[in-house]
Write a protein that binds this ligand. Structure first.
Ligand code: XMP
Length: 524
C-alpha cells in the first residue's frame, strides 16, 4: 500500500485517484502524521503532495524525517519535491516569477521513473513531456546523491532523482489530466518502483468504508436527507450496508419531483434495500409558500428555506440521532475549501443539500468525501442500486420549481411532469447508430420546461388555446459551459407529437437552441 502525505494541495485526492486507477491501495494522511503511525502503516512507497506554502519560510510544513529513513521509494510532487530537496540538504529559492499552466519538460538521462514515457522526442533524442505546472519556488541546488531528471527553460530543476534510494521529485503535477502522461508516471512509481500490489478494487473500498463508518459512529443513530439524487442515494446505500437500522433516511417530497420519482425512491430504498425511509409529503407546504411568487431567486430561497424547515422538523422527532450523514463528494470538498489551508485535516465541510441545518447539533458523517462522481456511480452499482438511477442526469435541488417559469402551480407541475417523462422516455429509447448509445447517454442533461403562455392551435375541428413546453438537452463536461444537443429531428418530432397528443393542456412544443453561456442550463 501507498502512503500519501498531504501538504494541502487542492488536488491531493487526484493522486489517490490515480493510484486507485492502478488498483493499488493508498491512504491520504496529513503531512504531520506521527512517526509511529507511519511505521505501523508500513507503506511500500510514499508520495508527498503539493501544497500552498513555501519551504523558504521557517514554520511551513515538513515531511516527518522517518519518510526518508524507511528504505522505501518516495515521490515528491511540487511542494513535496521542494521540501524533500531541502530536508535532504539541497537548496530552494523563492522566485518572483510564478509559473502556472502548461509547460513542456525535457527529460535528462535515464531514470526508472520516466524512461520510455514521453509525448514527443527532440532531434537529440530527449523525451519531451507536456505537463501542468503551478509553483513559485524552485529547487536551485539538488541534495547529494540526486541527479537532474527533467527541466524546462524557466525551471531548470523540474525533476530530480536519487535512483539508489528510489527518491524522485517532480515540480509538475502528474496527477492532473493536463499532464498527458501523468497517469503513466504515477503508475510507474507505484507499480514498478514501489512494487505495490495491484489488487485493490471498488469492492475493497466498500469494506474499508464500512469499517470506517462503524468506527466513526459506533452504535449511535444517523439521519440522512435522501433526495433521490446519485450522491445521497449512494451514501444511503453504503451507510445502510454498514450500520443497517441505525440509519434513518428522511425523504422530503416538495411536490416538484419528476413523474413517479417519489414512488421510485420509496420502492428502491424502502422495499428493495430495506432502508428505513420516512417519506414526508410536504407538497402542500411548499406549494402554499410558493403561491403568488414569480421571481426566480425568491422561489429558490423559499424552496431552500422550506426544505431546511421540513427536514429539521423531522430530524427533531428522531431524538436518538447523533449524526447527520451527507453525500458530499470530493468535488464539493474542493469547491468549498478555502485558501491557505495547511493540510487535508483542516478542509472545511461542505453542505451540499441546499445547506442543511447547522443548528441541529449533529455530528457530520460524509462517507463519499474522497470519491469522484464516476467512482460514486461505480460504488452505487456495486451496492446494488439500479444502474438507471445511478447514471441518471443531474436534477436540481429546487426541482421543477425552476422549470415552471414564474408562479408555480400544481396543475402546471402535473403537466410538466408528464411532458418531461415523454421526452426522457424517448431519449432512453432512441439509439444513435454510429455510437450505438441512446440519446439519453449522449446528453448530459435533458428536461422539459413549462412556459406559462398560451398560444393558439387547432386540434380536430376545434381551436385550442393552451400552454407551451420547451425541450432542453445539453452536452457538457462540467456544467459550467454547455452546448445544446443536436438531437435528430425525428426524435424531436416524435416527442412533440406525443406530448401534444397525450398531455391535454399543451398544444405547442419548442426546442431550446441556446448555449451556456450566454443562457444557463436551467431556465430560472
Ligand atoms: P445552470 O442553470 O446554472 O445549471 O446552468 C448548472 C447545473 O446546476 C444544476 N442546478 C442546481 N443543482 N441545486 C442543485 O442541486 C440548485 O439550486 C441548482 N440550480 C442549478 C442544473 O440542473 C445544472 O445541472
Amino acid at each position: 500500500k501507498i502512503l500519501i502525505l498531504d501538504f494541502g494541495s487542492q488536488v491531493t485526492q487526484l493522486i489517490a485517484r490515480r493510484v486507485r486507477e492502478a488498483h493499488v491501495y493508498s491512504e491520504i494522511h496529513p503531512y504531520d502524521m506521527d512517526e509511529a503511525a507511519i511505521r505501523a502503516f508500513a507503506p511500500k512507497g510514499i508520495i508527498l503532495s503539493g501544497g500552498p506554502s513555501s519551504v523558504t519560510e521557517g514554520d511551513t510544513p515538513r515531511a516527518p524525517s522517518v519518510v526518508f529513513e524507511l528504505g522505501v521509494p518516495v515521490l515528491g510532487i511540487c511542494y513535496g519535491m521542494q521540501t524533500m530537496a531541502q530536508q535532504l540538504g539541497g537548496g530552494v529559492a523563492s522566485s518572483n516569477v510564478r509559473e502556472f499552466g502548461y509547460a513542456e519538460v525535457r527529460a535528462h538521462g535515464h531514470t526508472r521513473l520516466l524512461d520510455g514515457i514521453e509525448d514527443s522526442r527532440t532531434a537529440e533524442g530527449h523525451g519531451m513531456l507536456k505537463v501542468w505546472m503551478s509553483h513559485g519556488d524552485k529547487v536551485e541546488r539538488m541534495p547529494e546523491g540526486f541527479k537532474l531528471m527533467a527541466s524546462t527553460p524557466s525551471c531548470p530543476v523540474a525533476g530530480i532523482a536519487d535512483e539508489a534510494r528510489g527518491f524522485y521529485g517532480v515540480q509538475f503535477h502528474p496527477e492532473v489530466t493536463h499532464t498527458v502522461k501523468g497517469t503513466a508516471i504515477l503508475q510507474r512509481f507505484v507499480l514498478d518502483i514501489c512494487a505495490a500490489r495491484a489488487d485493490w478494487e471498488m469492492g475493497s473500498y466498500i469494506d474499508e468504508a464500512i469499517e470506517k463508518i462503524r468506527a466513526q459512529v459506533g452504535n449511535e443513530h444517523v439521519i440522512l436527507g435522501l433526495s433521490g439524487g446519485v450522491d445521497s442515494s449512494v451514501a444511503a446505500a453504503l451507510l445502510h450496508r454498514a450500520i443497517g437500522d441505525q440509519l434513518t433516511c428522511v425523504f422530503v417530497d416538495h411536490g416538484l419531483l419528476r413523474l413517479n420519482e417519489a414512488e421510485q425512491v420509496m420502492e428502491t430504498f424502502g422495499s428493495h434495500l430495506g432502508v428505513k425511509v420516512i417519506h414526508v409529503d410536504a407538497s402542500d407546504a411548499f406549494l402554499g409558500k410558493l403561491a403568488g411568487v414569480t421571481d426566480p431567486e425568491a422561489k429558490r430561497k423559499i424552496i431552500g428555506r422550506e426544505f431546511v424547515e421540513v427536514f429539521k422538523a423531522e430530524a427533531s422527532k428522531l431524538t436518538d440521532a447523533k449524526w447527520l450523514a451527507q453525500g458530499t463528494i470530493y468535488p464539493d470538498v474542493i469547491e468549498s475549501a478555502g485558501h491557505g489551508k495547511k493540510g487535508a485535516a483542516t478542509i472545511k465541510s461542505h453542505h451540499n443539500v441546499g445547506g442543511l441545518p447547522e443548528d441541529l447539533q449533529l455530528k457530520l458523517v460524509e462517507p463519499l468525501r474522497e470519491l469522484f462522481k464516476d467512482e460514486v456511480r461505480e460504488l452505487g452499482v456495486k451496492l446494488g442500486l439500479p444502474p438507471a438511477m445511478v447514471y441518471r442526469h443531474p436534477f436540481p435541488g429546487p426541482g421543477l420549481g425552476v422549470r415552471i417559469l414564474g408562479e408555480v402551480k400544481r396543475d402546471f407541475a402535473d403537466l410538466l411532469r408528464r411532458a418531461d417523462a415523454i421526452f426522457i422516455e424517448t431519449l432512453r429509447e432512441m439509439v444513435e447508430p454510429s455510437s450505438g448509445k441512446t440519446w439519453y447517454d449522449l446528453t448530459s442533461q435533458a428536461f422539459a420546461v413549462f412556459l406559462p403562455v398560451k398560444s393558439v392551435g387547432v386540434m380536430g375541428d376545434g381551436r385550442t388555446y393552451e400552454y407551451v413546453v420547451a425541450l432542453r438537452a445539453v452536452q457538457t463536461q462540467d456544467f459550467m459551459t454547455a452546448h445544446w444537443a443536436h438531437l435528430p429531428h425525428e426524435l424531436l418530432g416524435h416527442v412533440s407529437n406525443r406530448i401534444i397528443n397525450e398531455v391535454r393542456g399543451i398544444n405547442r412544443v419548442v426546442y431550446d437552441i441556446s448555449g451556456k453561456p450566454p443562457a444557463t442550463i436551467e431556465w430560472e
